[in-house]
Design a protein around this ligand. Structure first.
Ligand code: PRP
Length: 203
């Protein structure tokens, strides 16, 4: 680890055991550089909500499935801008491996509370990186025979994609940078930033 030390609420002790969740590099100290501004995100959420509301205008209840933790902010924003009947449910997933790279092995650690058979379902994700998580979700939920199953993703990194994953509604395509904010974290930090920023690991 480099010079970064945890302090303040949520980080009460020194970080002898604490590692960033996906990259082993030291935590940068400066605030992340803006890649997508709060205003751009707000406009995009409104646009996506308009499209989804129009596409599902005849549906009694659209179930928004959020994937913890990353999706919670995007899902909350999107859900509040929809003008159709909707409800919310969550899943939690985990990836096997050393947490430095997604190796494709995804497992469920919390399932939906609802039975989605015969229901209209929209998976809401913060990011598609390698694509393994979304591919797993679509495969898993499709097997439960919903009336329809689509996906809505805030950001997609096409340069990192390893497997096909269905994206029906997309916010932004972004370059292969480590991004944070709007639910995206760096070792649990920066998730609640209102913009999407880039962090650079200190080598
Ligand atoms: C992130 C993100 C997606 C997944 C995408 O979750 O929220 O679910 O990675 O990566 P992939 O396309 O390579 O599969 P993460 O495992 O970081 O957990 P978190 O949502 O709790 O931050």
């Amino acid at each position: 680890m480099g010079g970064w030390q945890a302090s303040g609420p949520g980080y009460p002790i020194a970080l002898g055991f604490f590692q960033p969740s996906r990259k082993g590099d030291a935590m940068p100290e400066e605030m992340p550089e803006v890649l997508i501004s709060e205003d751009e995100i707000h406009q995009k959420v409104e646009e996506l909500a308009r499209r989804i509301s129009a596409d599902y205008r005849d549906v009694d209840d659209l179930i928004l499935v959020g994937v913890l933790k990353g999706s919670f902010i995007f899902l909350a924003d999107l859900a509040r801008h929809l003008t159709i009947p909707r409800s919310v449910d969550f899943m939690a997933l985990s990836t096997y491996g050393d947490h430095t790279e997604t190796d494709g092995a995804v497992r469920m650690i919390m399932d939906l509370r609802r039975n989605i058979a015969g229901q209209h379902v929209l998976i809401v994700e913060d990011i598609v990186d390698t694509g393994y998580t979304l591919a797993y979700l679509v495969r898993t939920l499709a097997a439960r025979q919903p009336a329809s199953l689509k996906t809505c993703v805030l950001v997609h990194k096409p340069d990192r994609r390893e497997v096909y994953a269905q994206i029906d509604y997309l916010g932004f395509e972004i370059p292969d940078e480590w991004v944070v904010g709007c639910g995206l974290d760096w070792a649990e930090k920066y998730r609640t930033l209102p913009y999407i920023g880039v962090v650079k690991p200190e080598e």
